[in-house]
Design a protein around this ligand. Structure first.
Ligand code: GLY
Ligand code: MN
Ligand code: MN
Length: 441
């Protein structure tokens, strides 16, 4: 746990902002993530729930944050596991409720064993409860039990919560705009990831397996201080690049093929999401280069649209139009831009959207539309721009020479006052830069 990566004041500020957005008389409950079994007696590496982390910076499972605006005896209450010598001998130190107020700057710490006796008291008299239901079934069950326990005493004059309010709609609007500290962490995660892609380009040669390139990426992530990838790395050689969520990473990299790497690290819970496509042996063929340049031009145009005030969908539209025009000029699509958009024939080559929010989650939170219209970019938002073009090996009506080639180029972009800032700019993407990096420059 490193609460100083963001700073206690910022966590306190976030809780305050959320409490200000909550309706009058509401209480919020935010559970921590659970541990998950991977195999017998072995858990997956624990990853904290992003909402809980956003509000606490506390990385232990088995915890619950309660926010009770206006409560005299403390508004921010953390329930966490008690110190336990035997447990800590095996698993390392626990914070313990007595240190919660000091270390995390919450108002009160309680042991988790007191949740069932304390939380119903916090809910009693509250008109509304702000929660996210559906993520943690045990918590949902407990909550309903507490509420029905209070209801059972209504005839005695007790007021029970009458309404559940979705916490996401309140909190995720806040998470959408990244603070300067968050921008700093996202930038550092992007830098480490860019270094990792550069390392993979330099290490790449025919005969390696895809997972040996994955090893180069993970090495650089960890050397940079990022313990894990933000998502399972995709390393797809040749036609494997056309499998959008390919993660087998066990094929041999072959001379004459491209390899597509989609890999980013997670740093202090903040994600990078970065894709580069490059030739296994360091030189693009004519066909590969032609397709690559189409995607690159589309991506650069799309990034240019990432400006405050523009619609969220604008970069995708501009990039897609550029790819369609490129495919027409290469003879892979026929017709005018309007006809191709109308018929949807482009989806055989360009099957996915080009942008998503980025933050604590790789596909970060925050609605893409507001009242049925695309959300407008504002300073502090961070998104990916990732157009891709794929000619599957079995694609009909396409000359064999184009088949089995997949290209995606993905960068992480901050909407800033004076235009888009590409956080992942350290990873080469111009053809000449890639070839130079792979051939000893
Ligand atoms: N790596 C997941 C994505 O690009 O959205
Ligand atoms: Mn990606
Ligand atoms: Mn992405």
């Amino acid at each position: 746990m490193n609460p100083e990566a963001i700073g206690r004041d910022e966590y306190r500020h976030r809780r305050r902002r959320l409490m200000e957005r909550m309706p009058a008389g509401a209480v919020a409950l935010i559970p921590a993530a659970d541990t998950k079994a991977r195999s017998r007696d072995v858990d997956y590496l624990f990853r904290q729930d992003s909402d809980f982390w956003y509000l606490t910076g506390f990385s232990e499972p088995g915890a619950l944050l309660a926010l009770v605006p206006g409560r005299d005896d403390g508004e921010a209450i953390l329930f966490c596991r008690e110190r336990d010598e035997r447990f800590e001998l095996y698993n390392g130190e626990r914070l313990g409720p007595e240190r919660a107020a000091d270390v995390l700057s919450v108002d009160r710490g309680f042991p988790v064993s007191e949740i069932a006796s304390v939380v119903p008291g916090l809910l009693e008299g509250a008109a509304k409860v702000c929660v996210t239901l559906g993520d943690y079934p045990d918590f949902d069950r407990d909550l309903l039990k507490w509420v029905s326990g209070i209801r059972a005493r209504e005839s005695g004059g007790v007021v029970s919560p009458g309404e559940f309010i979705g916490l996401k709609s309140l909190l995720h609007e806040e998470r959408l705009i990244k603070s300067p500290n968050e921008q700093r962490l996202l930038f550092r995660a992007a830098e480490i990831s860019a270094d990792a892609h550069l390392r993979a380009m330099r290490a790449c040669r025919p005969g390696l397996s895809e997972m040996q390139l994955e090893a180069e990426l993970v090495h650089e992530f960890m050397q940079g201080g990022a313990r894990t990838p933000a998502y399972p790395p995709i390393v797809g050689g040749g036609a494997n690049a056309c499998v959008l969520h390919y993660t087998a990473n066990d094929a041999e990299l072959r001379d004459g093929d491209l390899v597509l790497i989609d890999a980013g690290c997670e740093l202090e819970h903040y994600a990078a999401d970065l894709t580069r496509t490059f030739p296994v042996s360091g030189r693009f063929s004519g066909v590969q280069r032609a397709l690559y340049e189409v995607v690159l031009e589309a991506q650069e145009k799309a990034i240019g649209e990432c400006v405050s005030g523009a619609d969220f969908n604008r970069p995708h539209e501009v990039g897609l139009h550029a790819m369609i025009e490129g495919l027409v000029s290469l003879g892979l699509l026929d017709g005018s831009l309007e006809e191709i958009l109308e018929s949807g024939s482009y989806t055989a080559f360009c099957p996915h959207k080009s942008c998503h929010w980025l933050g604590l989650d790789v596909h970060d939170v925050g609605g893409y539309q507001v009242d049925g219209r695309w959300r407008k970019f504002r300073e502090g938002m961070v998104l990916t721009v990732e157009p891709g073009l794929y000619v599957r090996p079995d694609m009909e009506g396409v000359d064999a020479g184009w088949r089995g080639v997949g290209v995606r180029i993905e960068d992480d972009v901050l909407i800033a006052a004076d235009g888009p800032v590409v956080l992942t700019a350290g990873a080469p993407k111009q053809v000449a830069e890639i070839e130079a990096a792979m051939n000893g420059a």
